[in-house]
Structures are given as C-alpha cells and as structure tokens.
Design a protein around this ligand. Structure first.
Ligand code: NAD
Length: 253
C-alpha cells in the first residue's frame, strides 16, 4: 500500500513540484522535497510536513548526498520525481555559456545522477517509479530557449533508456510533458514578455503563450499532480518509457 512508500520530489517547494509533493502525501506516501537551501523553501517544507533535503542540483556531490539523506530520513526510496528546473531566454548568439552548463546539469545530468544513485533503492522497492517532468519543449521547439529545450529533449531520451534498463528491475520510468502551467516560473515569463512586447499580461497569455494551444487556458499545477499520482499508482505498473503529453492540444497540429 502507499502507506509504506516514500517519495523524493526535486524542486518540491514551488509550483508543479509542490503540487506533486502535496498530492503524493495525500495519496499516503512519506514525502521528502529537495530544493535550494533558502528560508522560504525550508518554511514551505515545514508547513507541509515534508522532509527537507537542501541541495543544489548543479553540483554532483549534492545529488549523491540528497539520495543518501532521503533514504536515511524516510527508510527507503520508492518514487523519484525529477521536477526541478528553471528557464533562461536568449538567442543562441548571445546565450551565456555558464547558464547553458548550469541548465544542462540541473535539468538533465541531475536526473541521471539521482536515477543512478536511487537505482538500488528503486530495485529493492518492488513498486519503484521514476517520474521525469519534461515539457512540451521536450518534443517541439520555440526560439530563444536553446538550453531548456535541449535539456528537456535529453530528459525524454534518458526516460526511454532508463525504462528499458529498469524493466527487469521491477520499476517504471516515465516522462510528463506539460504545456504552460500557472507557476512562478511562468508568471515571471508573462511579466517579462508583457514588458518587452508592450502588451497586457492577459494579451501575452492568450495571444503569445497560448497561440499554438487548442485550449486557451493555462494549466494548474494540480492538473500535473493528478497525472503524476496515476503514474506512481500500482495500477500503472505496465506503463513505462511513456511520454505523456498534457499540453492543451499544443502538439496536436
Ligand atoms: P518553479 O520555478 O515554480 O519551481 C522550480 C523549483 O526548482 C524551485 O523550487 C527551484 O528552487 C527549484 N530549483 C531550481 N534550480 C535548482 C537547483 N539548482 N537545485 C535545486 N532546486 C532547484 O517552476 P515550475 O513551473 O513549477 O517548474 C517545475 C518543472 O516543470 C520544471 O522542470 C519545468 O521545466 C517544468 N515545466 C514547467 C512548465 C510551466 O509551464 N510552468 C511547463 C512544462 C514543464
């Protein structure tokens, strides 16, 4: 049953990660959230009753320590949710090289390292799950987001490879690809675009961000958490290597 299962959610104190952590806790799992060591993040974890794992995913040694601390605190690791991420918008010609390196580490290398370090625990679990929060930008591109899009495409490749290797170990690995979700990350982009394009925030939402979408409404973090809840459930034992779109019809055209 879920009562004996444990989960680690990266970036679990904000946005989609927080909604997933709340949902998995409501589903009965013991939950640890990993985030940068900030008072705000610690406060959220404390309020919600999550174990807080302070780590910077741009550092390899933090990834190792995060898995060890989670296992020590919760007694195992059955569900790993690789969710932490950030955005940077610049044309390739001007894209800062250090930001490229950090984004690739946080959003692709860290999911690889956490999966690697969690591997024996996921195998021991008997109902282990890795859920990678990719993006619609793991499947299609938009200009000026080269590092983000490259990391997310890579994360889908990692998902499929890990799924093949995990099959015999009895755990599953899947990716969720959301379209735009109303979170601090996206609110920041809406405000920036409104400023640079001289539009209202509502016009940016409807005419710029949701232009390729069939449904012109931002997703809520809870919508993504509900899908994650299904993927980690025992019912989803046969779903692995899947790339699950929840994208308002973005990629239907
Ligand atoms: P958010 O900014 O609300 O939360 C991201 C979290 O990741 C934060 O808590 C942040 O502190 C953490 N984080 C960032 N860098 C870190 C690092 N180096 N080490 C540890 N933690 C770090 O963002 P969100 O919108 O909830 O996004 C969560 C995930 O969902 C990201 O991977 C994002 O790419 C993906 N996603 C978001 C959307 C969207 O529209 N919001 C759409 C598709 C995919």
């Amino acid at each position: 049953s879920n009562e004996s299962r444990t989960a680690l959610v990266t970036g679990g104190t904000s946005g989609i990660g927080l909604a997933i952590a709340q949902r998995l806790q409501a589903d009965g799992l013991k939950v640890a959230v990993l985030d940068l060591d900030r008072p705000q993040a610690r406060g959220v974890a404390r309020e919600q009753g999550f174990t807080f794992i302070a780590a910077d995913l741009s550092r390899r040694e933090d990834c190792r320590r995060a898995v060890d601390e989670t296992v020590a605190a919760l007694g195992g690791l059955d569900v790993l949710v690789n969710n932490a991420g950030f955005q940077h918008i610049d044309p390739i010609a001007d894209f800062p090289e250090d930001i490229w390196d950090t984004m690739l580490h946080v959003m692709l290398t860290a999911p690889f390292l956490l999966t690697k370090y969690a591997w024996p625990h996921l195998t021991r679990s008997g109902q282990g799950r890795v859920v990678n929060i990719a993006s619609i930008h793991g499947q299609v591109a938009s200009p000026y987001k080269s590092a983000y899009i490259s990391a997310k495409h890579g994360l889908i490749g990692l998902t499929r490879t890990a799924a093949l290797e995990a099959g015999e170990q009895g755990f599953t690995v899947n990716a969720i690809c959301p379209g735009y979700v109303r979170t601090p990350l996206v609110e920041g982009q809406i405000a920036d675009q409104a400023r640079t394009r001289g539009l209202s925030e509502q016009e940016v939402e409807q005419k710029v961000m949701l232009e390729p979408a069939a449904i012109k409404k931002l997703l809520d973090p809870q919508d993504i958490a509900a899908l994650a809840s299904y993927v980690i459930s025992p019912a989803a034992w046969g779903m692995t290597g899947a790339v699950l779109d929840i994208d308002l019809g973005w990629t239907a055209r």
